[in-house]
Design a protein around this ligand. Structure first.
Ligand SMILES: NC(=O)c1ccc[n+]([C@@H]2O[C@H](COP(=O)([O-])OP(=O)(O)OC[C@H]3O[C@@H](n4cnc5c(N)ncnc54)[C@H](O)[C@@H]3O)[C@@H](O)[C@H]2O)c1
Length: 438
């Protein structure tokens, strides 16, 4: 009998994982406590924007391999392997992770688990979680075993990353758990995906270490941007030049408004908090600086905009291009673009925000900003244009056409992806982060 899988928590990670495991040929049941999400997914639609996921989801529902429910009893009765994909956001008023979704899902699942079931954590968690969940399950009388299999997918590339991952990491305590995970991922092992078997703690740490490294790389180049601004140098050329060294590499070396989203910021903070609990706080003090550099870029962008408008936002109109935390996503969690938009509005400007996909999510979080679904309508009457999320569409904007509808001629390229020469030629004052501002 082929293995049957459940996916507990069907947000960005879980919906993708469920659909992709069905695509690999497994029968999959997705479980969520959010009834409306379950209803949307059951109807074959994805409740968020992720390129290519709609087709995979619809195809597998139609083929009868994939369904969604709110019933943990159904999942327990159906599946041999249960993937935990619930959220681990930052705890309110603290740096550490809020583990209530993880504990809630384990407690709801425990009474329904078969004794030979395998519970596989995919959520990003503080080191030590897998061991404590194993204890929790056995105290609840469940015979099921635990494994940890951190997820590295990137929003915007989630389907590709799940079906063709860079690597698979599994933290296990038994050969049986390893064998079950090898069976689940057999199609990916067949295409040569590296498969690393570790203990629980190492698997948990791999994920936060990877995110800390990526955050550090971004903040490194943004720190260089600060120095470039002070020295009159160009950080985009600097990044290109150092990136040719293969030990450094040019990926994730784009200076700009910095990182946001539902992962990097909360993951580095939770990692620092956990290291502190373990007595290893000093090892990660550099991450505090990484976080600070990142947040400073947002404040600096607001300053740059204020300076361009002669020191005051009062009575001015600012068009913010982008609301999602990154392109090809509608995720606005800890979005640098929205953070900057709100700060500028609070300082007295009327702010009009455009985004190709994220306006509904943005309006739910910040109902008081103005939103325009058409880019040119958002730009109409603007005294200043702020490029905040690097959607490809914004690179294709014609600066002459924008000048025809805007009121002012100030553009701030907070992502360093517009063409300065083209904007300047069309009469704009182009300013960017980490570059000489003419
Ligand atoms: N989004 C990403 O790109 C990504 C990538 C790698 C790892 N991760 C990690 O994956 C985890 C999930 O992230 P996400 O972005 O999918 O979050 P999300 O908030 O989009 O999804 C979480 C889902 O869990 C559901 N849920 C909450 N409590 C539940 C419970 N008790 N039982 C069942 N379902 C419950 C929520 O309704 C929601 O649908 C996090 O730990 C995150 O750090 C996310």
């Amino acid at each position: 009998m082929p293995l049957r899988l459940s996916v507990i928590g069907t947000g960005y990670l879980g919906a993708t994982h469920a659909a992709c495991m069905a695509e690999l040929g497994f029968e999959v049941i997705g479980v969520d406590v959010d009834e409306s999400k379950v209803a949307i997914l059951s109807s074959g639609r994805v409740p968020f924007y992720e390129p290519g996921l709609d087709e995979v989801l619809a195809r597998n529902i139609q083929a009868g391999r994939l369904r969604f429910t709110t019933s943990f009893a159904d999942a327990g009765a159906f599946a041999d392997v249960h993937f935990i994909c619930v959220g681990t956001p930052q705890q309110a008023g603290a740096q550490r992770a809020d583990m209530s979704q993880v504990l809630g899902s384990i407690d709801a699942l425990a009474p329904h688990l078969a004794d030979d079931a395998l519970v596989v954590g995919k959520s990003t968690v503080p080191v030590g979680t897998a061991a404590s969940l194993a204890d929790r399950l056995s105290s609840a009388g469940a015979g099921a075993e635990v494994a940890w299999n951190p997820e590295f997918l990137r929003e915007g590339f989630a389907v590709e990353d799940t079906l063709r991952p860079d690597r698979l990491v599994v933290g296990v305590r038994s050969q049986r758990a390893e064998d079950l995970l090898r069976e689940v991922y057999a199609p990916l092992l067949d295409i040569g995906t590296p498969f690393l078997v570790t203990d629980f703690a190492t698997a948990e740490l791999v994920k936060v270490a990877a995110n800390s490294f990526l955050a550090t790389k971004i903040s490194f180049i943004n720190a260089m941007a600060e120095v470039c601004e002070a020295a009159g140098a160009d950080v985009t050329q600097l990044a290109q030049a150092i990136g040719y060294d293969p030990r450094i590499g040019n990926r994730f070396l784009a200076a700009g408004l910095g990182f946001g989203g539902g992962c990097l910021p909360k993951d580095i903070r939770a990692f620092m908090a956990r290291a502190g609990e373990l007595g290893a706080e000093e090892a990660l003090t550099f991450l505090r600086e990484v976080d600070q550099v990142n947040l400073r870029r947002r404040a600096h962008t607001v300053d740059l905009a204020r300076k361009a408008l002669d020191g005051s936002f009062a009575g001015r109109q600012v068009a913010v291009l982008g609301a999602a935390f990154k392109p090809n996503s509608d995720d606005v969690r800890d979005s640098p673009a929205l953070d900057v938009a709100v700060a500028i509005q609070n300082a007295g400007a009327r702010v009009v925000v455009h985004d190709p996909k994220a306006l509904d999510n943005a309006a739910r979080v910040y109902p008081n900003l103005d939103y325009q679904p058409e880019a040119m309508a958002a730009l109409a009457g603007a005294d200043l244009v702020l490029h905040a999320t690097e959607w490809a569409h914004y690179r294709e904007l014609d600066p002459v056409a924008v000048a025809a509808v805007a009121r002012g001629r100030h553009v701030i390229d907070a992502r360093n992806t517009l063409d300065p020469a083209a904007w300047r030629a069309a009469g704009w004052t182009y300013r960017a982060l980490g570059r000489p501002n003419a």
